[in-house]
Design a protein around this ligand. Structure first.
Ligand code: GLN
Length: 302
């Protein structure tokens, strides 16, 4: 595995310089582009890493999988009246479908869907961000996991688009709580900082039939685990989910911080990170690294 990781790093590093670090959140634009890391965690507890695998970065939309998992645990099938399970074929922050589809977002991984899920968690928890942080600390086995207040505040300051989605959904009666409060906890969740190692470990329950070995807990049922993986495979990379399925062939979830997590069911959870993004908002070098990795090892759910 170590040799394969070296080869992948050698292929991916020259791609740095071809993408663009997310700058629509000003506090994220300051991240140095020249970083690249991979962590692979096996269901047996083995860890393989290369590059900047222990450097913390902003998890951004990767947090949407944790929020969805929390809401599935607490609301079960009832939550699907408020959010769909179809790929959107639209950018992650698009507003257009929402108006046509009466304020019910296509899936929990586009921003509108994640906002509805955050709204549900707001109804369920006294402090939804605290609940989320505690959950992530347990899943990753890292008690130091924190949110970056500067990034969260920067997102809140430039919230117009996300706020527009939330208010539009409220106008369709698909949003229960105070919009500004939900935006605050949504941004605090997106601004959580973790490393590739933390994320590979925290996502391991999705490769392990819902079971997390560090916390020794059944996070989701086996069936729910399959469902989350199915949603990641169809919608985890927004309007590039089809391309990701074609190139990588695994359930995955990306974030504009440059992280991508992928699941090899029953075997491994993987996290790659490099801050520069392609046009769809997914890590450019990260996509290439995962493609080569899955091809070299023969990973694919298809
Ligand atoms: N916090 C970001 C936003 O709401 C998350 C987007 C992403 O990572 N794709 O715009």
């Amino acid at each position: 595995m170590d040799q394969i990781l070296k080869e992948i790093q050698a292929l991916a590093l020259p791609l740095i310089g071809q993408g663009k670090v997310a700058d629509y959140i000003p506090a994220l634009a300051k991240v140095s582009a020249k970083q690249f890391g991979i962590a692979i965690y096996s269901n047996k507890g083995e860890l393989f890493t290369i590059g900047d695998a222990t450097t913390n970065f902003s998890i951004q939309s990767i947090s949407k999988v944790f929020s969805l998992t929390l809401s599935m645990k607490h609301f079960g099938a009832g939550m699907w009246d408020k959010v769909g399970r179809e790929p959107s074929g639209q950018p992650f922050n698009s507003l257009v479908q929402l108006e046509y589809e009466a304020g019910v977002p296509r899936n929990p991984f586009i921003n509108a869907g994640a906002l509805v899920v955050s709204d549900m968690n707001q109804s369920r928890f006294v402090s939804p961000h605290y609940a989320m942080k505690t959950f992530i600390r347990r899943l990753s086995g890292n008690q130091e996991v924190q949110s970056d207040h500067k990034v969260a505040n920067s997102e809140y300051e430039f919230r117009s688009r996300n706020a527009a989605m939330a208010y539009l959904m409220k106008s369709f009666d698909n949003f229960d709580n105070d919009v500004e409060e939900v935006l605050r906890s949504y941004f605090s969740n997106c601004a959580i900082r973790m490393s590739c190692v933390d994320l590979a470990k925290a996502f391991s329950f999705l490769a392990n039939k819902g079971y997390c070995r560090h916390s020794d807990e059944q996070v989701l049922t086996e069936q729910e685990t399959k469902q989350v993986n199915a949603l990641m495979a169809t919608s985890g990379l927004y309007d590039e989910a089809g391309n990701f399925a074609y190139r990588v062939g695994l359930p995955g979830k990306s974030g504009v911080g440059g992280g991508i997590v992928a699941i090899v069911p029953d075997q491994f959870s993987v996290c790659v990170w490099s801050p520069e993004l392609n046009k769809a908002g997914n890590s450019l070098a990260g996509m290439a690294a995962l493609e080569t990795l899955s091809q070299k090892i023969g990973w694919s759910v298809f």
